[in-house]
Design a protein around this ligand. Structure first.
Ligand SMILES: *Cc1c(COP(=O)(O)O)cnc(C)c1O
Length: 352
């Protein structure tokens, strides 16, 4: 008996999410915060973690951490916070809960590939619509597609990954109003865009706001959260793995959220560097830079495969997205000033 005979055909047809080996590279492929924690903070965190009882299961509902998130992140009163093992976990939970036979998922695409992968996992039909050639949002086109396909679930990455584009708030509001089903605003880059739909939760019963601490500087601990009406969270909780957020993550997240200013200060430096890097990239001949409100840039070059390999030979790892929807596109994360200089020089060399 071989896997081909037993595994679902749609799973056989998938390619696993690819993570490139990065040892010894200038790592600009995964939107990580490049700055380490201050030495003093690291030592204090180590003390906190050393006192944990790892023989005990985690608290499955983590009320203190959820309350801390609600307070620090401006979650409106009356809304419920739910935690995930990264927001990837939350995408899986929400999609699974809504996966009735024949249900449709929609998103302005191209966008984060995990939405489509989860549609495949749980048997939803995924429909991408509503982005123009320059990856700006055509809300009217999206709403027409909504009318046609009647999606149970809509994901909007705000700002979008892998393009970095932040859609106009008024256009997104029109989409939320026009959607008959649940709309998830994925605000993974909130700290860089400084725009949010969190206050709109009070207005729209079909809205979920999803975030992660990954891009903020804690990608290693795997913590995502969403805010929604309690009625939604009650249902999502039924499909959540009971112990999805481990003891170490709960403690580290609590510790760091009490020192959120440390991470927000790093994010502010990244926002400044984003502008510097954007200017330097735009000055390179033969490079198109798409406008970004995140901590990365989508760029288009003449030959993305060749440029990607040439960067790699120079020790710089970026993400090659070359495909039909993103022809000759690379995605580069904003790093430290030094990393960004290395990137721009390597790119200049690679484009020769
Ligand atoms: C990175 C990213 C995520 C996943 O974040 P994790 O919390 O690390 O799983 C979700 N959505 C978007 C749009 C992202 O770019």
């Amino acid at each position: 008996m071989t896997p081909e005979k037993l595994v679902r055909p749609e799973i056989l047809a998938l390619k696993a999410y690819h993570v490139a080996p990065a040892e010894g590279m200038v790592k600009l492929d995964a939107m990580e915060n490049p700055y380490p924690l201050p030495e003093k903070t690291r030592r204090e965190l180590a003390d906190v973690l050393a006192r944990l009882d790892l023989n005990r299961y985690p608290d499955p509902s983590a009320p203190k951490l959820r309350a801390l998130i609600a307070r620090k992140m401006g979650v409106p009163t009356g809304m419920e916070v739910m935690l995930g093992n990264g927001s990837d976990d939350l995408i899986q939970i929400v999609t699974l809960a809504l996966a009735k036979p024949g249900a449709v998922m929609m998103y302005p695409g191209p966008t984060f590939v995990m939405y489509a992968m989860n549609a495949t996992f749980f048997g939803l039909r995924a429909v991408a619509a509503g982005l123009r050639e320059d990856f700006s949002l055509d809300a009217q086109a999206f709403i027409r597609a909504v009318t046609e396909h009647n999606p149970a679930l809509v994901y909007i990455a705000y700002p979008n990954n892998p393009t970095g584009v932040l859609y106009p708030e008024a256009e997104v509001l029109k989409i939320i109003e026009a959607c008959p089903g649940l709309v998830v605003l994925d605000e993974a880059y909130h700290v860089f865009a400084q725009k949010t739909f969190m206050p709109q939760l009070e207005r729209f019963p079909n809205l979920v706001v999803m975030r992660t601490v990954s891009k903020l500087g804690l990608a290693g601990i795997r913590l995502g959260y969403l805010a929604a009406r309690p009625q939604w969270v009650e249902q999502f909780n039924k499909v959540r793995q009971v112990y999805n957020v481990n003891v170490l993550t709960q403690a580290a997240a609590t510790f760091m959220l009490e020192r959120l200013d440390v991470l927000e200060e790093q994010a502010a430096r990244i926002r400044v560097e984003r502008d510097v890097l954007g200017k330097a990239l735009r000055a390179l001949p033969g490079v198109t830079v798409f406008p970004s409100q995140a901590n990365f840039f989508l760029i288009r070059v003449r030959d993305a495969d060749r440029t990607f390999e040439a960067l790699k030979r120079q020790g710089v790892l970026v993400r090659n997205l070359n495909s039909s929807a993103l022809s000759n596109c690379l995605r580069v994360t904003v790093g430290t000033p030094e990393e960004n200089r290395i990137l721009v020089n390597a790119l200049r060399e690679a484009l020769q």
